[in-house]
Design a protein around this ligand. Structure first.
Ligand SMILES: Nc1ncnc2c1ncn2[C@@H]1O[C@H](COP(=O)(O)OP(=O)(O)OP(=O)(O)O)[C@@H](O)[C@H]1O
Ligand SMILES: Nc1nc2c(ncn2[C@@H]2O[C@H](COP(=O)(O)O)[C@@H](O)[C@H]2O)c(=O)[nH]1
Length: 177
């Protein structure tokens, strides 16, 4: 499983879409209590749950891990981790998978704060939310917070198709070892 990790608007979602579309990876849909953004779909982008339902699943030990981000819960349900999958999580999620799951390949996606701010503005995020994410991400996405990184990539003015090919090839190479 490819685990994509990176700060907000580093490009993880777009990169993942190419991995599904072009190379046949399957999406591991995670679960959140945050509201849907315009264009997002329940069961496709996330499993969107109320806090009560989320907590009842926690009580049933349904998650590999649960984290809080921007005052909302996010979690990887055990049932959603599939073979040849791609999952997008923060360092807590990546560490939980590295420690507990098989065949985990962690890809850290980086882009500058300036570019990420512009991308968030273009997708219509609120200014206050952007500032909060930029500041919060400075602490969260530090190398020291990861148990392991297998591939470190930079999505700064590059062709995302080439970046996706790079990730796919490196992941496959590791499989052939
Ligand atoms: N290499 C690129 N070239 C052009 N646009 C890009 C590139 N990478 C990302 N973008 C654009 O930046 C925006 C943010 O990208 P994306 O949604 O993939 O980020 P993300 O890391 O998944 O963010 P979040 O964690 O906040 O959901 C999108 O509108 C996307 O189209
Ligand atoms: N540890 C986990 N992190 C997760 C999970 N699902 C998503 N994420 C991360 O949350 C942020 C915010 O995502 P957004 O869609 O609200 O912009 C992002 O960094 C994701 O990587 C999860 O199950 N566990």
């Amino acid at each position: 499983m490819i685990v994509l990790v990176g700060a907000s608007a580093s490009g993880k979602t777009e990169l993942a879409k190419i991995l599904y579309r072009t190379y046949g990876y399957k999406k591991c849909v995670t679960t959140t209590t945050r509201p849907e953004r315009t264009g997002e779909q329940d069961g496709v982008d996330y499993h969107f749950l109320t806090e009560d339902v989320f907590k009842s699943l926690m009580a049933k030990n349904a998650f590999y891990e649960v984290t809080e981000y921007s005052n909302r819960y996010y979690g990887i349900q055990k049932k959603d981790v599939v073979e040849n999958g791609v999952v997008i999580v923060d360092p807590n999620g990546a560490n939980a998978l590295v420690d507990q799951a098989d065949d985990v390949y962690v890809v850290f996606v980086e882009a500058s704060e300036e570019l990420r701010t512009r991308r968030m503005q273009s997708r219509g995020d609120l200014t206050e939310q952007i500032e909060k994410r930029i500041l919060g991400d400075r602490n969260v996405f530090q190398l020291k917070n990861f148990h392991r990184i297998d591939l470190h990539i930079y999505n700064e003015q590059v062709d995302l198709n080439e970046l996706a090919l790079w990730v796919h090839e490196h992941y496959q190479k590791r499989h052939r070892k």
